[in-house]
Every structure is written in C-alpha cells, then in structure tokens.
Design a protein. Structure first.
Length: 333
C-alpha cells in the first residue's frame, strides 16, 4: 500500500499468510469420524423444492469460491470483524423486512485496495475499505450497496459449484475470478441501498458517509492504485447521499472524513486473523494529524510466540468491549 501526502510519498509493504490454516472444506477425506447412530428423518418434509435446490447449488458455488480465496490467504479466516459487519447487515435487514435465504454472511478480503463485492450471499469488504471508513453509518452505506446486489438477485456464476473451476494456479487468481458488476447493476444497487438506508437506524447519521464519498472523489487522482479493485468494484459513489449531506457538518473542523489505512483493522500476519484495534480516545485531533487515505506509521509490537493463554499486556488495550453496546463496532473513531 502507498499514499501521497502533501507531496511526499509514504508507503508500506505488508506481508501475511506465514502460516495460513488450511480451510474447512476438502479435508473431509482425511478426517476420522466415528459414526453415531443416525436418526433418519426422511418422513418429515426435508426434500428440496426446485427453488431450494437452486439455492443450495448457488451456496455451494459461493462456499467454494470463499474457501479457495481463504486458502491462498486472500480472504481472512472467519473472525471478530465479520461479526461486526454481520451486526450491521442485521440492523439493515430487520428495519427493511429483508429476509433472504440462505442468510447473508460477511467476510473481509486481506488487501488494502478500497473495494467491495458480493459472492452470492456473502458480502466481502476489503481490509483497506474498513480501515478508512469514518463511522458505522458509512460502513452501513457500503454494506447497504452490497445488500442491494443480494436483494436484487445479482448472481455469482454457479459453475464455481464444480470443483474443477477452482483448480487454478494461485498466481492466476485475480485474472480467474472477477466479481465486478455491470454499470446497470451498480446503479440499481445504489438506488436500492438508498432505500435500505432511509429505513434504517442510520438514516440520520449519513452525513459522514456523504463527506467520505466526497473526500474520496477529491483524492481519487492522487491514489489511483488504492481505489483500483482487484476482484470487485470500486467504492460505490451514491449520488443521492452526497446531495443530502447537512451543511453544518461540512464546516465542523473536528469531523474526520476518512481514516488512514491500518487505522482500524489489526492483522496477525502469522495466521491472517483480523481484529479491530482497541485504543484509548486521542482527544482533540489537529488538522495535520488527520491522515485520510494515508498510511498509518507502523509500530511493531513484539510478543512471545507461544500458547494462547500467555496474552501480552498491551499498552493500547482498552477495557474489554461489550458486544451488546457495540463498543467494538467501528462506529467510534
Ligand atoms: Zn456494487
């Protein structure tokens, strides 16, 4: 990743995937399973209707793709960040009476390019995108767009359900997979996203999302690589949102319109696990301390490699987060 700030170039190369755990599927043959007595439920209604069969076929394709991306270290293993994203999905679904089957899941792609896409009913946001979003409402805006694709039934190529479609060289991954949508689909998803957001609990907090998109548009010439997606679509520019932003927020000097790369998601390069950074509030932020779309200076934090129980005493660790109040949610910059 790299960024240009005040004429000087700052860059940072991140390596990860030293010991990527091998993903869940395809290992069934090597597992020893002791068979337990099976209750045969064929008398109850568990045959698949044609629609259900189609859905489970699509889900198979989706699982295969996600699994493949995880095995080569492009997709983070399931973790805490996914759950935060899924909470936002749930907030949007409940308030809009959206009931999709199979349920919508979220995953994080490891790259720092700002992009998002859906693989079937799996919403994927890049690590870089989650980093730079200023608050939970802006995160909801990105997710609402992807949820729009899901609700509108924009599908994944179901031939990925055949395993041989995934037997590719790792280096070919970016060329083989492509989840970008057509301009028509993008427009439709933006319109649907606006409807979803206007019914959601975030409807009065969308000012920052508007400012974020405006800031991104202003900076896009300076950060061409950062905004060019590898697999999905670039950050959707939802026009209605920019026009609806309140005037007073434009002048608030404390408003942070975008965070730096590496400002939110913490990466364990050993096993690719992602977590949200928990730090103490920093107080008043000076103008030059804001680093929208820039690179966070990297401070290595060393700890002993050992058992899970020997947790280091992190200087930056805040009080344990309460999942109910959403303390861990990326809503509090
Ligand atoms: Zn899209």
């Amino acid at each position: 990743m790299c960024s240009r700030a005040n004429g000087c170039l700052r860059s940072c190369t991140g390596l990860w995937g030293y010991n990527v755990g091998h993903s869940s599927q395809e290992q069934e043959l090597s597992k020893i399973l002791v068979e337990t007595p099976v209750q045969d439920d064929t008398k109850t209604a568990n045959d698949l209707s044609p629609i259900q069969a189609q859905r489970s076929w699509d889900r198979q394709a989706e699982d295969n793709v996600v699994d493949r991306l995880e095995r080569i270290g492009l997709m983070a293993p399931r973790g805490e960040v996914d759950k935060v994203l899924e909470t936002v999905v749930n907030n949007l679904e409940v308030t809009n009476n959206i009931d999709v089957d199979p349920e919508v899941r979220c995953r994080v792609m490891m790259t720092s390019t700002l992009e998002s896409f859906t693989v079937g009913h799996t919403v994927v946001l890049s690590r870089g995108l989650i980093d730079v979003l200023p608050d939970e409402a802006s995160l909801a805006t990105m997710i609402a767009h992807e949820l729009g694709h899901v609700v509108l039934g924009h599908r994944l190529d179901s031939s990925y359900a055949f395993f041989d479609q995934l037997l590719i060289d790792d280096k070919e991954t970016f060329r083989h997979f492509g989840f970008a949508r057509t301009p028509d689909e993008e427009r439709a998803a933006n319109t649907r996203a606006m409807q979803i957001l206007n019914n959601s609990p975030y409807k009065n907090q969308l000012g920052n999302a508007g400012l974020f998109l405006a800031a991104l548009t202003t900076r896009e010439k300076e950060i061409p690589n950062l905004i060019s997606p590898h697999l999905g679509d670039r950050v959707p520019v939802i026009g209605d949102l920019r026009s609806s932003m309140p005037v007073d927020q434009k002048q608030n000097p404390q408003a942070i319109v975008a965070l730096p790369i590496g400002g939110r998601v913490k990466l364990d390069s050993w096993n690719d696990k992602l977590d949200l950074i928990k730090s103490k509030p920093v107080g008043t932020v000076a103008e030059r301390e804001k680093m929208p779309f820039e690179v966070t200076p990297f401070m290595p934090y060393l700890m002993r490699y050992g058992t899970e129980t020997s947790k280091p005493i992190a200087a930056s660790a805040a009080a344990p987060s309460d999942p109910k109040t959403g303390e861990a949610a990326p809503g509090k910059p």
